[in-house]
Design a protein around this ligand. Structure first.
Ligand SMILES: [Ca+2]
Length: 459
């Protein structure tokens, strides 16, 4: 596939995927620092450690994360991992100790070096192009993972297909999506994905596949991904092309962005907010069918562009849905909603290659079935600050102060409080999309945390 190299260093192309390897300071810093400081027990893993140590001090650290996981003495244990490369698959089995709701376990990358005294740097779980998984859950509950980078796996960065895996959280991690899957979670219980970044340099691979069949809660907030790196709108998805003739699942043709599905025995809430997705076959897919009791979905303030389907949301009649303040644009089908008990409001749709509603009001359009249709802004393209670098903050007037308070998260994808009075009329209103803009704010450059060289065949 011909791609444009937007940034060069000498003769080396360092653009595309590289532009996506950034994350918000707020997400990386505070919450995980609190996790470390609140630990009941701390175990350490460093590149110079040894698995014959006791892991209880930095000087007596383990070498592998697996050894630390196997040695956890009690709930509330935090495993602090020093910057470096860890070439292993970390497996959770029925004999792995479980946390509980009050005292979860955490594995935290000490990317700033403050907890281990090591020089700041990434904490990389590296499959080396030969290991199938970075994390493999055959069992396990109440484990969290923060500030880790997963790269070099061949099948999935993170995998479970086992019932009984529940209350797993990923916060501020980076997933270099494998040629098949990034986060593959099926038949699991409660799951939270917060402030993670997904990148892809291979020609195939899906960011997520989430299908929850037990528990009561799924949270997917503040994640960012592009299936074509920084080559914004370079894929054929928005023109209705599937690319490379792929057919389904792990093949090249249908790159999934966020796939969030649930069918559980009890009551269920899904919260899908502040995600930024571009250039995928299915950008944001929310599917809530087969629940035995009442379910609710809040899908708000997401920015999804450059897809075949940008926002695709379908629920059964037991489910109520709040679908507000989303941007779904520059896509073949921007919006497909089948959710009888849904409210759709503050919705910005534009750049529809195929417009099933014929450019008219969406009332009565079979592609959008909801109980209550609020404001839909049609065919007014917003102006994004720097989308090829993942910065989809609004710089023009379209979409600013155009949202509804209903369903809006209290902060935006960067952690900024919302609403802000972005149009200067003295009234603070929520913006549509994942970013909340200041009036006349000079955009702060996103923080690039690592460049990656692109393969020659992609130049
Ligand atoms: Ca605003």
């Amino acid at each position: 596939m011909k791609q444009t190299c937007s940034v060069r260093f000498g003769s080396v192309c360092i653009a595309a995927a590289a532009a996506w390897l950034w994350c918000s300071e707020s997400a990386l810093g505070q919450a995980l620092a609190e996790v470390v400081s609140g630990a009941k027990t701390t175990l350490f893993v460093t590149p110079s450690g040894s698995d014959s140590n006791n892991g209880q001090t930095i000087r007596t650290a383990y070498r592998t994360i697996q050894k630390a996981v196997n040695s956890v003495p009690r709930p509330g244990t935090v495993i602090v991992v020093a910057p470096g490369v860890y070439a292993e698959t970390i497996t959770f089995t029925s004999s792995t100790r479980k946390g509980n709701k009050a005292l979860p376990m955490w594995i935290v990358g000490d990317v700033k070096g403050t907890a281990t005294g090591w020089p700041a740097g990434e904490v990389v779980i590296d499959g080396g192009g030969s290991l199938a998984y970075g994390l493999l859950f055959n069992a396990g509950s109440h484990w969290g993972f923060g500030s880790l980078r997963f790269t070099g796996q061949t099948t999935a960065n993170v995998m479970t297909d086992a019932s009984g895996v529940s209350d797993i959280e990923f916060d501020s991690c980076i997933f270099d999506v494998t040629p098949q899957w990034g986060v593959y979670f099926a038949n699991h219980g409660n799951l939270e994905l917060r402030s993670n970044t997904f990148t892809r340099s291979a020609a195939s691979g899906h960011a997520t596949y989430l299908y929850q069949t037990s528990g009561s809660e799924m949270v997917v907030t503040g994640n960012r991904l592009s299936m074509t790196g920084g080559d914004y709108l370079s894929s054929g998805y928005r023109r209705g092309e599937l690319m490379s003739g792929g057919t389904r699942s792990s093949s090249a043709g249908y790159a999934y962005g966020i796939i969030a599905m649930a069918a559980v025995p009890g009551s269920m809430t899904m919260t899908i907010q502040n995600n930024v997705v571009s250039d995928a076959y299915l950008g944001l897919y929310v599917y809530n069918f087969g629940n035995k009791q009442k379910a609710s979905v809040v899908c708000s303030n997401n920015t999804v562009v450059g897809c075949y389907y940008a926002l695709y949301l379908a629920t059964d009649d037991k489910t109520t849905a709040t679908i507000t303040n989303n941007i779904a644009g520059d896509s073949y089908v921007s919006t497909y909603i089948q959710s009888k008990n849904a409210v759709l409001d503050g919705h910005l749709a534009y750049g529809m290659t195929y417009d099933p509603c014929g450019g008219r009001s969406w009332s009565g359009c079979s592609y959008v079935t909801v109980a209550k249709m609020g404001e839909v802004i049609l065919n007014q393209p917003p102006s994004f600050a720097d989308p090829s670098r993942g910065d989809f903050s609004l710089t023009g007037t379209v979409g600013i102060d155009a949202g509804t308070p209903t369903g809006a998260p209290a902060t935006d994808v960067t952690g900024k409080r919302r609403p802000v009075d972005g149009d200067g009329d003295g009234v603070a209103r929520v913006d549509v999309g994942a970013f909340e803009s200041e009036p006349g704010e000079r955009r702060k450059a996103v923080r690039i945390i690592q460049w990656r060289e692109m393969g020659a065949d992609e130049e």
